[in-house]
Design a protein around this ligand. Sequence first.
Ligand code: NPW
Ligand code: ATP
Length: 488
Amino acid sequence: MALQEQGCLPLPALGSCGEMTAVQGTTVRQISSQSAGGPSSKRPKKQHADLALDSVTKRLLEQSAEAEQSFYQMEEQRLQAEDHRREAKHARELHMLQVLGQIFSSIATRNPVATATPNTATALNTMESTMQPGVPMSTSGQMRFGRSSHRRVRSPQSQAEWPSYHSHPQSNAGLVLERSFSLGTAARRGMDDILPLVKNIVPQLTSKKHKGQDGRIGIIGGCQEYTGAPYFAAISALKVGADVSHVFCAKAAATVIKSYSPELIVHPVLDSPNAVEEIEKWLPRLHCLVVGPGLGRDEMLLKTAKEVIEKSKARDIPIVIDADGLWLVAQQPSVIQGYKKGILTPNYMEFTQLYEAMHHEPLDSSDHQRSAMELSVAMGNLTVVLKGEDDLITDGKKVILCRQEGSGCRCGGQGDLLSGSLGVLAHWAYTSSADMTKSVNPSVVAAFGACSLTRQCNRQAFHKHWRATTTTDMIQEISSAFKKLFES
Ligand SMILES: NC(=O)C1=CN([C@@H]2O[C@H](COP(=O)(O)OP(=O)(O)OC[C@H]3O[C@@H](n4cnc5c(N)ncnc54)[C@H](OP(=O)(O)O)[C@@H]3O)[C@@H](O)[C@H]2O)[C@@H](O)CC1
Ligand SMILES: Nc1ncnc2c1ncn2[C@@H]1O[C@H](COP(=O)(O)OP(=O)(O)OP(=O)(O)O)[C@@H](O)[C@H]1O
């Protein structure tokens, strides 16, 4: 208004109105033709020109006001249309939720002792992918698929007990839902539920303990070709908080591994004729075994690894199997099949080999969760950690996703960091009371912790080193990543 009083036109109105520009053009022409007149007619012509200018300005102001008004009208109509569209979408989503609620209730009623079999799980996954979880239901952002469906279907008891999934038949049905939703928006919710359990298993640092009590970990691996992998696993175990880390490797690898770090205890025994006896001597002192990083595929080393696994099972310690150890399992599944404290950590390639070895048919790559559960069940409900864009953890009854943000840097050796860390966490999880893990499978809790930690290390190292990130850089981050995730 003030601008108009000063004779200035509102710019947006002028800019948005073609007619006005034309009027303005006329005005300019009129003014210039009038100012081209002779000196004798100066005064009357000037008065005439002033009058013309006044009327043109008035017209311009009127048109500007009209344009402004029509602009606001159009904007109001647009907003109304958007409101209608949003309301319709909201109503459709609500309807979908009601239908799903009914379906889930009927599943729970028809099958009160339902367990999360791969098939049910897959059916639910399919629904979930149709629902595109993660999309807010309303623009207010108050209601999201995972949470609202979850409220509708789970009984208060199962909700209170989650993630305890062995105790109550109804909680099993609720669990299936939890699982299906936990793969979407509530995957983060699932993470939120497991993370406190990982925190629970971390032992207190106290002056009352002696060396070794927080973990003595053994790594079976390291040969002529691969010295980095067992080192990464062993040093990661120490950095996570184990007190002692042993590496049982082939002679050719021992001096090299020792030279990387004085912290490690290195036994050059893996290719010696009495390898099993040499390693067996140490087993009573070990809390957990990690088999496979840098093991290679030499027949003799694999045979030794197999026998060491057998001896360790008899001692009831957790056994993490990674890398070439998984090759061994693919050849001879019985070596670990049915051993509840066994944890397999395949990457996708290793997973495919294992799956096909167990099922004698090609892997259906369209449903990783189902396949991972099937593999776990076929292995006797061993915990399987399928590493990838999301890490998928299952004991055949439930699937948990770890989506801790990592980075796009896939330097070799990250899996070794994971398996070494997992060794320590598995020891802590199995020596914690059931109360601490809320009766969740300790292997699952430990696996979730190790995956989160590895990914967080990857993220932190990547922030510092970008493309140059290596596993050594990630190992440097273990201390602060661990603190951030589990001690804050
Ligand atoms: N510094 C060291 O000492 C290190 C030693 N290490 C040790 O080396 C040993 C052998 O391990 P490994 O990495 O060569 O065997 P593995 O993982 O089967 O890859 C073989 C091929 O499979 C593929 N592939 C892999 N992942 C995939 C995926 N997600 N999705 C799809 N494809 C995938 C890919 O083939 P591509 O398709 O690229 O041709 C890859 O080349 C083992 O003992 C290990 O501990 C490592 O720990 C690294 C650090
Ligand atoms: N596409 C991905 N996006 C994000 N993180 C990933 C991705 N793939 C793997 N990771 C992470 O990297 C870690 C190691 O997985 P990876 O598949 O590299 O194992 P690996 O091949 O056995 O490793 P290694 O090189 O030690 O043999 C896992 O914790 C996983 O979370």
